[in-house]
Design a protein around this ligand. Structure first.
Ligand code: F6R
Ligand code: MN
Length: 188
């Protein structure tokens, strides 16, 4: 940029459909076949269309992953659906630098933010348009879509947070969000 120059930011968020456009924006796609092992009902999982979309993530990463002091901005879209009685959900993770926090905010649809601390206490916050969520240090987090429409959630996290998927892949969360009589409940 030049002194006194007035310009547009390189990335924008469409406030109607919450799509990000511009450069650089990365697009991640997670289909049913990309998220094995996270749902309890393995038979129901194996009978699903492997190419069905489970969730997508768009992110603006203005600095290299791992850079201290920077921020990343993301939009996660979780599709409606269930595997057995469990809602479509993200893999879930702790941050690799466990003391790095994150903000989430609900934009569209309805769901749950499932949270678990290092002692494996698990709880959830309702997500809806306008809901704000501070995910503090050392808390694993996962989004589940409990509605019939797309769940769209904004996120902002430190560029050196990283993602530790291993712990959740190995031990899961200590509780599951399932649908019973049409309502989401947490069970162990
Ligand atoms: C970033 C973050 C979100 C998630 C996204 C997908 O730290 O929490 O952008 O990465 O909701 O979930 P995962 O990464 O668990 O597949
Ligand atoms: Mn995160």
């Amino acid at each position: 940029m030049k002194h006194l120059e007035i310009m547009k930011s390189p990335v924008e968020l469409n406030l109607n459909d919450y799509r990000m456009t511009g450069e650089p924006v990365i697009n991640q796609v997670r289909k049913i076949k990309d998220i094995p092992g996270i749902f309890q009902d393995e038979k129901a999982y194996s009978e699903m269309n492997p190419d069905q979309l489970a969730y997508t993530v768009q992110a603006w990463m203005p600095v290299a992953e791992g850079t201290p002091g920077g921020l990343f901005f993301g939009v996660s879209t979780i599709y409606p659906g269930k595997v057995g009685n469990e809602y479509f959900m993200t893999k879930g993770h702790f941050h690799s630098l466990g003391d790095r926090a994150e903000f989430y905010w609900g934009l569209h649809g309805k769901g749950m933010l499932i949270l678990m601390d290092r002692e494996r206490n698990t709880w959830a916050e309702e997500v809806y348009p306008g809901s704000l969520h501070y995910i503090r240090d050392e808390i694993a987090h996962r989004l589940a879509n409990t509605g019939n429409e797309k769940l769209i959630v904004g996120a902002c996290w430190p560029s050196d947070a990283g993602h530790d998927y291993e712990e959740i892949a190995k031990n899961g969360f200590s509780a599951r969000l399932v649908e019973v009589e049409g309502k989401p409940i947490m069970i162990v």
